[in-house]
Design a protein around this ligand. Structure first.
Ligand code: UT7
Length: 323
């Protein structure tokens, strides 16, 4: 006991920061735009059904040279340039992804290498489609504690690597791409308290099969998501000390436009709130969807409510000040 007390005296704390904030946001959108018709032809569906059931008109599919690391590093590099931060000044790289296959190494160290920040701490964070708000909460804690200065956080997915183009429940829904933010120290709070959780009893609703292909019980996930989002959103607003009327934007995970609409109505968002609808031209890009949707609302400033949800089941929400 005495030894422990003595050791405690030997440890010193790093000086932290009062808050952190998002300094910039950028995306990588793959070159190839794919409309609904070629996908519908493989799954006995139609452009009309896909638009009606999830609001998607087109999505991007990555070409072979648009691998996960390239897309993530390109989005990160743009975000760093927009923030005016030298890559050598980045102390941590976080990559939220659910579609990295086939290599033991995680994506983040390869992104760090591509950016020339190889001394930065680098790790992947697996919380599927809730990965971005989970990683954002982690980045905020790292900066406020002083464990990191500037953090690059990328959501990156090649969902086409993990979906079956003949699966009627997923083939039309998912797309590829990356979205990145740079987070840095701030005198005030630009990333509000996270409200998060999980329900592993639903882990089978979104799972990889024996071949590593994503299988989804769509209607069950739809019902779960629409049931949890209103309460999650209210708790995130309460934690940040604001109300729905104070919001400038609502940026949920772009899972299905109908989920977004049901949630926006349940939260009681006024007409002044910009509701992210990036899914219409990008599909559901997993952990990349929130930063991509954020980048698609350029002139919007002020508080935005982020909500992520997906496989795990995992969920997280927080209010941020848009860059
Ligand atoms: O990102 C991670 C979290 N993921 C989500 O949040 C996704 C949540 N789920 C969804 O977004 C929706 O469940 C989907 C968009 C995936 C599917 O839409 P749905 O309205 O739930 O379709 P359903 O599976 O309930 O099927 C409704 C009908 C059925 O026909 P009947 O039984 O009503 O005659 C299906 O057979 O639509 C039929 N159907 C299709 N028809 C044309 C199912 N899939 C298709 C299809 N094309 N691809």
């Amino acid at each position: 006991m005495l030894g422990l007390v003595a050791m405690a005296h030997l440890l010193q704390r790093r000086a932290g920061h009062p808050g952190s904030r998002i300094l910039s946001v950028a995306t990588y959108r793959p070159r190839t735009e794919v409309g609904n018709e070629p996908i519908a032809a493989l799954i006995d569906s139609s452009d009309e059904w896909i638009r009606r059931r999830c609001g998607i008109e087109s999505r991007r599919h990555a070409a072979p040279d648009e691998d996960l690391v390239t897309m993530a590093a390109t989005a990160a590099s743009k975000a760093l340039a927009d923030a005016g931060i030298d890559p050598r000044d980045v102390s941590a790289i976080l990559v939220a992804t659910m579609s990295h296959r086939g290599r033991a190494a995680t994506v983040a160290p390869m992104v760090a290498d591509a950016l020339g920040t190889s001394a930065a701490a680098a790790m992947d964070l697996g919380a599927a489609c809730a990965g971005f708000p989970y990683a954002l909460a982690t980045a905020d804690a790292l900066v406020r504690s002083g464990a990191a200065g500037y953090v690059v956080l990328v959501g990156a997915e090649r969902m086409t690597d993990i979906i079956d183009k003949h699966d009627r429940g997923t083939a039309f829904l998912f797309g590829d791409g990356a979205g990145a933010v740079v987070i840095g120290p701030a005198q005030t709070c630009g990333i509000g308290p996270v409200v998060w959780g999980s329900d592993g009893s639903g882990s089978k609703l979104l799972r990889y099969d024996e071949s590593g292909i994503l299988r989804m019980a769509g209607p069950e996930v739809f019902r779960w998501a629409t049931a949890i989002i209103p309460d999650l959103a209210m708790r995130a607003l309460d934690a940040a000390g604001i109300s729905a009327a104070d919001l400038a934007a609502f940026i949920p995970h772009q899972a299905n436009l109908r989920i977004t609409s049901v949630a926006a109505k349940a939260i009681g968002l006024g007409p002044h709130v910009q509701v992210a609808t990036d899914i219409t031209t990008n599909g559901n890009t997993g952990a990349a969807s929130i930063p991509q949707a954020m980048a698609a609302l350029p002139g919007t400033t002020g508080p935005a409510l982020l909500v992520g949800f997906g496989a795990g089941l995992s969920y997280a929400a927080q209010v941020v000040t848009l860059p």
